[in-house]
Design a protein around this ligand. Structure first.
Ligand code: NAG
Ligand code: NAG
Ligand code: NAG
Ligand code: NAG
Length: 216
C-alpha cells in the first residue's frame, strides 16, 4: 500500500535515518572528554606573573566546587561554590575574612566543553594534546592518549597547568563548610575592606559568566 510512509513505524525509521545521517555528517574532529563527575586536581596557575597552587575539588552530583588557592608566599584562600549560585570566598586565618557572592548560574557542568572548536594537536608541557577553544574564553589542552586535561589558557592570559588529576576523588563532607563568620553580619561588613576576591586564581566572575554563555 502506498500509505505506508505515514505510519508511525515508518516515521520512526525515518527519524532513525535522520539521526544516523546527522551522526555521519558530523566531522571526524575529536571532542573533549566530558569532565568526570567527581575529581580532584592540583593546578599550577600563572595569573599574569602571580603564581598560585590551586587545589580543585569538583563534585557535580553534590552540586559543589571547591577552589583552594595558595598564593606564592601569600594567603591561602578558599572559594566554595554551590550550584545554587552562592559562593563563599574566605580565609581560615585570624583575619576571618569572608565574602559571599551570588551568581546567576551555578557550577560548570560536566559537558561544559560541548561545542568547543577543535584546533588540532600541539605539544604543551611535554604532552601531545588535542586543543579546543570555546567562545574566545578558554583554550583547552587534553592529552591525546589519556584524555586527561593538561593545560588551560584563559583569554586574560592566565594559564593553568594540570599537575594531578584524580578521577573519583572526593573531599570529606566536613570540609565543605564555610566558617561561621561567613554567616555573621559583622564579618560580611568586614569583608568589604578586604580585597579577597580580586587576586583569585581563576576569576570566577568570568568563569560563571562564561558558563552562562556556554550553556545558553
Ligand atoms: C608567568 O606568566 C608571565 C606572562 O604573563 C611570564 O612572563 C612569566 O615568565 C611566567 N612565570 C612563570 C614562573 O611561569
Ligand atoms: C546555596 O547552598 C548553600 C549550601 O547549602 C547555602 O549555604 C546557601 O545559602 C544557598 N544559597 C541560596 C541562595 O539558597
Ligand atoms: C558592603 O558591601 C555591600 C555590597 O557590596 C554594601 O551594600 C554595603 O553597604 C557595604 N558595607 C559597608 C560597611 O561598607
Ligand atoms: C574579574 O571579572 C570581573 C567581571 O568581568 C571584573 O570586573 C574583575 O575586574 C575581574 N578581576 C580580576 C582580578 O581579573
Amino acid at each position: 500500500m502506498a500509505s505506508a510512509p505515514t505510519t508511525p513505524m515508518s516515521l520512526f525509521f525515518l527519524l532513525l535515518l535522520v539521526i544516523s545521517s546527522v551522526d555521519i555528517s558530523t566531522s571526524d574532529d575529536p571532542t573533549p572528554a566530558t569532565w568526570p563527575h567527581q575529581f580532584h586536581s592540583v593546578l599550577y596557575v600563572n595569573n599574569s606573573g602571580a603564581l598560585q597552587i590551586l587545589d580543585l575539588w569538583y563534585d557535580w552530583p553534590n552540586g559543589r566546587n571547591f577552589n583552594i588557592i595558595q598564593n606564592q608566599l601569600g594567603k591561602l584562600k578558599y572559594d566554595l561554590e554551590w550550584d545554587n549560585g552562592t559562593s563563599y570566598v574566605y580565609t581560615l586565618d585570624s583575619d576571618r575574612e569572608c565574602r559571599v557572592l551570588h551568581f546567576e548560574v551555578g557550577i560548570l557542568r560536566p559537558n561544559w566543553l560541548d561545542g568547543a572548536t577543535y584546533l588540532g594537536q600541539r605539544h604543551v608541557d611535554g604532552f601531545l594534546c588535542n586543543v579546543w577553544e570555546k567562545v574566545d574564553f578558554i583554550w583547552y589542552y587534553e592529552d591525546v592518549v589519556t584524555k586527561r586535561p593538561v593545560h588551560w589558557l584563559f583569554y586574560t592570559g592566565m594559564s593553568a597547568h594540570v599537575m594531578t588529576f584524580e578521577v573519583g576523588a572526593q573531599l570529606e563532607d566536613e570540609k565543605w563548610n564555610a566558617p561561621v563568620y561567613c554567616f555573621e553580619e559583622a564579618a560580611q561588613l568586614e569583608s568589604n575592606k578586604s580585597s579577597l576576591v580580586e587576586p583569585m586564581a581563576i576569576n570566577y566572575s568570568h568563569g560563571r559568566l562564561a558558563r552562562g554563555v556556554l550553556d545558553a
